[in-house]
Design a binder for this molecule. Structure first.
Ligand code: NBG
Length: 808
């Protein structure tokens, strides 16, 4: 890429503003400048984008397609500038033109096309694929409304629609010529052809046009620009048969409206499943358009018959959400390309690889057979046939497993089990952290593992250190650069050489200084957003993630209430001041999760204004948690709360981002915390609570009685009674459901069980914090070991073990 100087950039921005906006730069707004800058990036990137595609074509490269209902890409301006080598120059140019860079960047709306970890992982993977020069692209949906915008009103979550496309989105390119038709409903007819084979015809289907919008995925300091292709649903432009017929006309309008709903909004669930027909339509819309498009490209790029498809493409399905791509590929190969079942199956099962992201039973997708049969008749027939053949295979080849057929069958209890479909048709099945994969193999998918042991493998998640360290924490990056040079940028494992400085007081103090500057910046932001002053010398203790019972924000609040009660008893308690920071969205229909949000805000409203406790506790709930907010918070954290009930968090990726920015993990032995622990050791993080085996054992054999803890532990009883007697809240029924869930539903996530060890772990953390140097040393050790969690490592493992693609 051509190196551009700050002078050049200033001149180009100025010229753009003069000629496009017809304004002097002094009159330009942040918005004008944002579009000028985005335009300049696009001018750099578009030729490389074109050339990348040409290269892939001319090299006949094997490509990977990452198929996902979610891509949580957030803002792109800074990461695009960074990856083009222009970020520093842009910061300088903007400043010299009289703008605050962050205000200009903030013009871009977050593209919140995902819920949480699963969608953000997809975005980090695309960044790594491009940055490592791999031919790999994403396919997703261009939802007109992303994840809802959250407001907190009187302590309650209120959801507003996220119409992120209000202003033009500068990165996307509409590709009309790549549009295709997706069909729903209708009837399927079988005909016998003269050669005796069967032919399938569809009639009276509802047709929808899928139009792609492409977003460039820019590699870091290389010439690779891959594609994220997002589909938008549009009505087929036919006039109603008889425009005089009012009824028909309105029917047609209704139909058009229902089509636009297909890419209308993102379902706001994370780790749970809603059996809604519209969601099923969205899934099929995504996969049908994407698979058609892949085949079209295959034909264009290679003069090969379809039996060579598995040599040229591999499709990674991100959880089961896009698993209808399996029968869709079968359908196209058989009904449109005239292959027989066996040939089509042979191809299909060499193309798909499946990633599982959760073991929560409420997240495992199943669709009522009646719904699928009506909406996708031909797809249902194909799944039915896959199921028949699979079950027969077990019956004849695995006699010992015959009695397991009801639990293995893809269609059972009038439901289509998408996990089973994905496992049966994929050549690879992976979990996202080592403990998670073990649980899949030994428990959740035990019987499938018995049938297909060679398919199962682990790929521990990662995050792009370019966005989550270089971009969000420039001060830390530059300090690291001063210490160990810049090798780590291309090879993040090199961060390990920071260990050299673990006993160097002077260096440790420099790291501490950077952390403190980041804390001051966050404190300023909090003040500006909420008018609350927080002490930058207090411990910044952060829990930011989706609100879910298993993630146990409740345990965190109980600890805060406990501290508050202690301080009320003894206001002069010698305690390092704490600032507890939360960010979390609850699914709009998840009542208990919303009650926890209310509780956090209620506790905040009491604690923050109680003069008696002398400012030793502050509780901050930052509204509308999203990628951009995470970027502001993470560099400033001292403690990273990763306190899920062991066995429940498949991996977590926030834990990695915090670690890389020098926060110490307060966590259970769950998900990737286990691997962080393996690297940094028990002594460099705060591990507490039940282990996964213990939790699973309790679930299986019971033996846990939350009420005993309530009866025995005064601290716990006090807290629960406070919830129940209206001490927190405006009326006494406010937190009854939390109370009931713990005492009458036996605390399904073991909050009380882990309460004591959690308190102790916090006490220990506080004592360590008093020794600033010791803390800083632990922090440095965490940063040094964080290289493993770069998504570059994860992507290389996918490439070597599953995708077998080559850098181009
Ligand atoms: C989430 C898990 C996280 C994991 C991400 C990415 C779903 C279904 N799963 O623990 O809960 O880090 O996936 O793998 O959203």
């Amino acid at each position: 890429m051509n190196r551009i100087t700050a002078e050049d950039l200033k001149a180009r921005i100025t010229t753009y503003i003069n000629t496009t906006n017809n304004l002097d730069i002094k009159e330009a707004t942040e918005e004008d400048v944002f579009y000028a800058l985005a335009n300049i990036v696009n001018e750099q990137v578009r030729p490389l984008w074109y050339k990348t595609n040409e290269r892939y074509k001319s090299k006949q490269a094997r490509q990977v397609y990452y198929l996902s209902m979610e891509f949580l890409i957030g803002r792109l301006i800074e990461s695009n500038l960074l990856n083009c080598g222009m970020l520093e120059v842009a910061n300088q140019a903007l400043q010299e033109l009289g703008f605050r860079a962050e205000d200009v960047y903030a013009v871009e709306q977050d593209a919140a096309l995902g819920n949480g970890g699963l969608g953000r992982l997809a975005a980090c993977f695309l960044d790594s694929l491009a940055s490592l020069s791999y031919p790999g692209h994403g396919y997703g949906i261009r939802y007109r409304y992303g994840l809802f915008e959250q407001r907190i009103i009187n302590g309650n979550q209120v959801e507003l629609p996220d119409y992120w496309l209000k202003k033009p989105y500068p990165w996307e390119v509409r590709k009309e010529e790549e549009a295709c038709v997706v069909q729903f409903q209708g009837e399927v007819w079988m005909h016998q052809k003269s050669d005796g084979s069967l032919e399938f015809n569809y009639e009276h289907t509802d047709k929808v046009i899928a139009v792609p919008y492409d977003i460039p995925v820019i590699g870091y300091a290389n010439e690779t620009v891959n594609t994220l292709r997002l589909w938008s649903a549009e009505p087929v432009s036919v006039e109603p048969d008889n425009s005089n017929d009012q009824e028909e006309f309105y029917h047609h309008l209704d139909f058009e409206h229902s089509i636009e709903q297909l890419s209308g909004f993102l379902y706001p669930d994370d780790s749970s499943y809603e059996g809604k027909e519209l969601r099923l339509k969205q899934q099929y819309f995504l996969v049908s358009a994407s698979v058609q498009n892949m085949l079209k490209q295959f034909k264009k790029n290679h003069r090969l018959s379809l039996k060579h498809l598995p040599e040229k493409i591999v499709i990674q399905i991100n959880d089961t959400h896009p698993s209808l791509s399996i029968p869709e590929l079968m359908r196209i190969l058989m009904d449109e390309e005239n292959l027989g079942w066996d040939e089509a199956w042979e191809i299909t099962t060499r193309v798909f690889a499946y990633t599982n992201h959760t073991t929560l039973s409420e997240a495992l997708e199943t669709w009522p057979t009646a719904m699928m049969r009506k909406l996708l008749p031909r797809i249902y027939m194909i799944i039915d046939e896959i199921n028949e053949r699979f079950c027969q295979g077990i019956w004849f080849d695995h006699e010992e497993k015959r009695d397991k057929i009801p639990e293995l069958a893809i269609i059972a209890d009038e439901q289509v089990h998408m996990t089973r479909l994905a496992i049966v048709a994929s050549f690879s099945v992976n979990g996202v952290a080592s403990i998670h994969t073990e649980i899949l193999k030994k428990k959740e998918m035990k019987d499938f593992h018995g049938l297909f042991p060679e398919r199962f493998n682990n790929k521990t998640n990662g995050i792009t250190h370019r966005r989550w360290l270089m971009q969000v924490n420039p001060k830390l990056s530059s300090l690291i650069h001063d210490m160990i040079g810049n090798q780590w940028i291309k090879r993040p494992k090199q961060l390990i050489s920071l260990l050299r400085f673990q006993h160097d007081r002077d260096v440790l103090e420099q790291f501490a200084k950077v952390k403190n500057e980041n804390k001051i910046a966050l404190a300023n932001f909090i003040h500006q957003q909420m008018g609350i002053t927080v002490d930058d010398q207090s411990i910044f203790d952060v829990q930011i993630k989706r609100l879910h019972e298993y993630k146990r924000q409740l345990l965190n609040v109980f600890h805060i209430i406990y501290l508050y009660n202690e301080l009320k008893e003894n206001p002069n308690l010698d305690m390092t001041p704490r600032t507890f920071i939360f960010g979390a969205k609850a699914a709009p229909s998840y009542h208990l999760a919303k009650e926890v949000i209310k509780l956090i805000n209620t506790v905040a409203s009491i604690v923050n204004y109680d003069k008696e406790i002398q400012g030793k506790l502050k509780v901050i709930f930052l509204e509308n948690y999203n990628v951009s907010l995470a970027e502001k918070i993470i560099p400033a954290a001292d403690i990273s709360e990763q306190i899920s009930t062991a066995s429940k968090e498949a991996s977590g990726t926030g834990n990695m981002k915090f670690m890389m920015n020098g926060a110490l993990t307060m966590g259970t032995m769950d998900g990737a915390n286990v691997e962080i622990h393996d690297l940094v050791g028990e002594e460099n993080m705060f591990i507490f609570g039940l282990r996964a085996e213990e939790v699973l054992d309790y679930y299986q054999h019971s033996g846990y009685h939350a009420r005993d803890i309530y009866n025995q532990d005064d601290r716990v009883r006090r807290i629960l009674d406070q919830l129940n007697n209206g001490e927190f809240g405006t009326h006494d029924i406010e937190f009854k459901d939390i109370y009931y869930n713990i005492l009458f539903h036996n605390d399904p996530y073991f909050v009380l069980k882990d309460f004591e060890p959690y308190i102790e772990s916090h006490e220990y953390a506080e004592s360590v914090y008093r020794d600033k140097l010791k803390w800083q040393q632990m922090s440095l050790i965490n940063i040094a070991h964080s290289g493993k969690f770069s998504s570059d490592r994860t992507i290389k493992e996918y490439v070597n073990d599953i995708w077998k693609i080559k850098p181009v």
